[in-house]
Every structure is written in structure tokens, then in C-alpha cells.
Ligand binder design. Structure first.
Ligand code: FES
Length: 119
């Protein structure tokens, strides 16, 4: 299968009540099946990729660090449709022209809710 044709990840639209954070329930992750979600918020221009790794959650901003284009995430890689950069699930550059890793947001787990701090 071509990498660009990989199945898209589940998209979750969240309408957080606070400006600087959004909450995502851990029930949205399914062990062995869904380990990453695309999160769409009203606060941010681009989507956020929320990745579960064991008990850790990592939130990556899906904005290319080359020229700011919206990125496409699959289950194991993140691609830029404009000039072909790619990133791993930690936001590290795998392929240029992008040189900088993806922006990340701080997360914390409280009562089965992953809090993503947007500031
Ligand atoms: S904008 Fe992403 S590689 Fe150029």
C-alpha cells in the first residue's frame, strides 16, 4: 500500500470550555487498535495529534515546521502534502525540507481525561 493512501486516523472534534486547554477521554483509545487520534479544536488553526504510548500521552501540533501547512497523520508517520517532509510519532523530522521538530503541547491525565494545555 502507498504510504499516502494509509487509512486516516479517527478525528475527534472537541469544544473545550476553557480557552487554553481541551479534554479528551481515554475511552477514545482502543488498545491494539486506536493509539492515535486527530483532535480538532475551536481554539487552534491546525489539528493536534494525540498519541498514546503506554501510559504517556503526547500532543503534537499538525503544522509543518517548513512553511506551516496542515499535516496528514497516519498510524505511524506524519506527512506534509506540500513538499514531502515527514515526521515520526514524536514529532522528529524524518525527511526534509522541514528542519525543526513539531511543536508539542503539555498533557496531563486526570480522572481518565487527557488534558491538553494549548499555551
Ligand atoms: S510546508 Fe511542509 S514540507 Fe514544505
Amino acid at each position: 500500500m502507498l504510504e499516502s493512501c494509509a487509512t486516516p486516523l479517527p478525528l475527534l472534534k472537541v469544544a473545550g470550555s476553557k480557552d487554553q486547554e481541551v479534554e479528551v477521554g481515554t475511552e477514545n483509545f482502543i488498545p491494539g487498535k486506536v493509539t492515535a487520534l486527530v483532535i480538532r479544536t475551536r481554539q487552534m488553526e491546525n489539528d493536534i495529534l494525540l498519541v498514546k504510548n503506554g501510559e504517556e500521552y503526547k500532543a503534537l501540533y499538525l503544522k509543518c515546521t517548513h512553511e506551516g501547512v496542515n499535516l496528514t497523520a497516519t498510524a505511524n508517520k506524519i506527512y506534509c502534502p506540500s513538499h514531502g517532509s515527514s515526521f515520526d510519532m514524536n514529532g522528529k523530522v524524518l525527511k526534509e525540507p522541514a528542519l525543526r521538530p513539531l511543536k508539542t503541547f503539555r498533557t496531563e491525565l486526570i480522572n481518565n481525561q487527557v488534558i491538553i494545555h494549548l499555551s
